[in-house]
Design a protein around this ligand. Structure first.
Ligand code: NDP
Length: 409
């Protein structure tokens, strides 16, 4: 948040004015929470564009529901279905990578970046490059090319607001003091479904078990990332870019109840935390209404009923993905790009049954180890270069997959 406009600057519009919003990744979990909030505030938000990957029918239904003007699917083969589902509505249909960029470029003041994976980089960046207020959930795009993203957003005068609950918490807590008085930040982690499992039990974890997050209901990719703790690793890198923090200014603590989402420690020893139910509609509402607030539908906290808040160190032996992400951040250059790409390949392989749970971190580690020889650890010089590193890291991961999968069974 250091490099771009922040909450300290005046709001571009008053909250009573109608805000135009584009939803990238509208058919997902964050998309659904955003639509829910928008529909609760009739007259406050107008939806300009919505996007999905392949879910043409769901996107068309959503576009009609919210009265969007433009709907785009990334997958060209889903175009026919989208077009016929929108026939006679006046909503423009489009498909392909450029259509997603067009969705982002259309004149909406707010863009919610909720695509999963590095696939979100180009469209989300297109929104930032036209100076929009970009509420970003898509952490992978910051891990893939965060330095470039934040520099370009700053140059365009964009405002980047964090949707991710931990970063949104930090953003809110940071407003309690001056940025130069921040000593460090602490991201909380639920610990995922395997927090109390032994290494041996984790080795046998099934897809069904990994998809059962104890506190949050989310899309599959981020749910698996939460089970490996790679999610927290990606978030450490995300925090580095969003708030211009050095790696040693970002700590992680496991907090099983997911009530405190993030803390900021100031130089005088004060800790400012943000608390709330584990419901993404809280940070999304904060971003949609920023710098004001709207009524939120999330369940309220009953602290007496919660009773105890617990904290523990993350166990990097049982959850090596967090350590890998930290090492990639410290190594810099293309290492985070490679880490993210390998993790996307590994999670997809786990979801399809081609890789066991512990194979996810093992494949990421093997890809990082092999990346140097392929020249993939260079600092990406441009977005195209970052995407080339991403592409080649995926190829390397897919080559390594059979041997890692074999070890893991
Ligand atoms: P979902 O999987 O539920 O939804 C992803 C959305 O992105 C869908 O609209 C999907 O379209 C679209 N999409 C997926 N792949 C592509 C692609 N290759 N090109 C274009 N569009 C694509 O994900 P979530 O909503 O859970 O997560 C979205 C992002 O937000 C992720 O980066 C995640 O880490 C982050 N996040 C999510 C949280 C949550 O609570 N869900 C919490 C914090 C962060 P389609 O329906 O066609 O597949």
């Amino acid at each position: 948040m250091m490099n771009v406009r922040t909450a300290a600057k005046p709001a571009p519009v008053a909250l009573s004015d109608e805000r135009s919003v584009t939803l990238l990744g509208a058919t997902g979990s964050i998309g659904a929470s955003t639509v829910d909030l928008i529909k609760r505030e009739p007259g406050r938000f107008r939806v300009e564009a919505v996007s999905a990957n392949t879910s043409a029918a769901a996107l068309a239904a959503l576009a009609r529901d919210v009265g969007a003007r433009f709907a785009a699917v990334a997958d060209q083969s889903a175009y026919g279905e989208l077009k016929s589902a929108l026939a006679g509505t006046g909503i423009e249909a489009a498909a392909g990578a450029n259509a997603l960029v067009e969705a982002a470029q259309r004149p909406a003041q707010w863009v919610i970046g909720a695509i999963t994976g590095a696939a979100g980089l180009r469209p989300t960046l297109a929104a930032a490059e036209r100076g929009a207020i970009v509420a970003i959930a898509n952490k992978e795009c910051l891990v893939c090319a965060g330095g470039l993203f934040m520099r370009r957003a700053a140059a365009a005068g964009a405002t980047v607001l964090p949707v991710d609950s931990e970063h949104n918490a930090l953003f809110q807590a940071m407003s309690a003091g001056r940025r130069e008085d921040v000593r460090r930040v602490i991201l909380t982690a639920s610990g995922g479904p395997f927090r109390t499992w032994s290494a041996e039990q984790i080795r046998g974890a099934t897809l069904e078990q990994a998809l059962k997050h104890p506190n949050w209901s989310m899309g599959q990719k981020v749910t698996i990332d939460s089970a490996t703790l790679m999610n927290k690793g990606l978030e450490v890198i995300e925090a580095h870019h969003l708030f211009a923090l050095s790696p040693d200014e970002i700590d992680v603590v496991v907090h099983a109840q997911s009530v405190i989402h993030g803390l900021v420690e100031f130089r005088d020893g004060s800790y400012i935390a943000q608390l709330g139910s584990p419901d993404m509609r809280i940070p999304i509402a904060h971003c949609l209404a920023w710098p004001a607030r709207i009524d939120g539908p999330a369940p309220r906290l009953d602290l007496a009923q919660i009773g105890t808040l617990s904290f523990e160190q993350p166990d990097l032996t049982r959850f090596p993905a967090l350590a890998l992400a930290r090492r990639a951040l410290e190594a810099g250059g293309g290492a985070p790009t490679v880490l993210n790409a390998a993790n996307e390949v590994a999670v997809a392989a786990f979801l399809s049954g081609a890789l066991g749970f512990v194979g996810i971190a093992a494949l990421v580690e093997a890809t990082l180890a092999g990346a140097d020889a392929r020249g993939l650890l260079r600092e990406p010089s441009s977005v195209d270069d970052a995407l080339a590193i991403d592409h080649n890291a995926r190829l390397l991961s897919r080559e390594l997959l059979p041997q890692i999968a074999a070890k893991d069974r």
